[in-house]
Design a protein around this ligand. Structure first.
Ligand code: ADP
Ligand code: MG
Length: 240
């Protein structure tokens, strides 16, 4: 579904991604772990074409989406992304937030979108929150609305950048439950996360990033129980 081949990215003279190769199969959940500054967010942003890459290639379903000159908009529509800060528009209800992009991009009316949007809210336990404004929702509910907003564009793959990091601890679980549900529905997902227990439980593959390289990747059983590299062991001993 997604393949990164030897991807490199620098900011000024700072090489932030240094030859990243990674494949994500359809329906897989891949977790990126690593210290702050190791390149996780940049990697996700390169996949979503929010950052142009300097070298290498990114393939989505066999299509090279990193080709210079390619129109990024149709590609971005196929890739949903959710960030740590959910950035809902405060003057719009949850429903209006979710409808905004499909209305603009697909030119659909609210009425035409309502069944699909209602179904999404219902699926993720938010049916009674559609007419609420963001400041009437908890942080966990706002983040779940942000996920629904990304799903409303019917993406083929979802990227999540530390989406639980800004939440109070008691609200993390309800957001992870949404990811759990998406995974069981077969959504292809790439997550940057500090939730090691969650990653160990649900990921098909863990990639440990260290200074812009994938220092080690493998199934959770390998990475968490039998890491091959000293750097992986050192990182895990700090966070577990
Ligand atoms: P992580 O998400 O793992 O914490 P990031 O991808 O955010 O790592 O950052 C990796 C490195 O790239 C850091 O050194 C960061 O300062 C640098 N960096 C990220 N974005 C930019 C940018 N837009 N301009 C300059 N440097 C950046
Ligand atoms: Mg980051």
């Amino acid at each position: 579904m997604l393949e990164l081949r030897d991807v490199a990215k620098s900011f000024g003279g700072n090489r932030v991604l240094n030859g990243i190769s990674l494949t994500v199969e359809r329906g897989e959940m891949v977790c990126l772990i690593g210290a702050s500054g190791s390149g996780k967010s940049t990697l996700l942003r390169c996949i979503n074409l929010l950052e142009p890459i300097d070298d290498g290639a990114v393939f989505l379903d066999g299509q090279d989406i990193s080709e210079p000159g390619l129109n990024p908009d149709p590609v971005r529509r196929r890739i949903g992304m959710v960030f740590q800060s959910y950035n809902l528009f405060p003057h719009m209800t949850a429903e209006e937030n979710v409808m905004l992009a499909p209305r603009r991009v697909h030119g659909k009316t609210r009425e035409a979108l309502r069944p699909q949007v209602t179904e999404l809210f219902t699926r993720f336990g938010l049916a009674d929150r559609m007419q609420h404004y963001p400041d009437q929702l908890s942080g966990g509910q706002q983040q779940r609305v942000a996920i629904v907003r990304a799903l409303a564009m019917r993406p083929e793959i979802m990227l999540f950048d530390e989406i639980t990091s800004a939440l109070d601890p008691e609200l993390v679980g309800e957001v992870l439950d949404v990811l759990r549900q998406l995974r069981s529905e077969g959504m292809t997902m790439v997550l940057a996360t500090h939730e090691m227990k969650f990653a160990a439980e649900l990921a098909d593959k863990i990639c440990f990033l260290d200074a812009g390289r994938i220092a080690e990747q493998g199934p959770p059983s390998q990475i968490f129980e039998a890491p091959q590299k000293a750097r992986t062991r050192a990182f895990l001993s700090r966070v577990l």
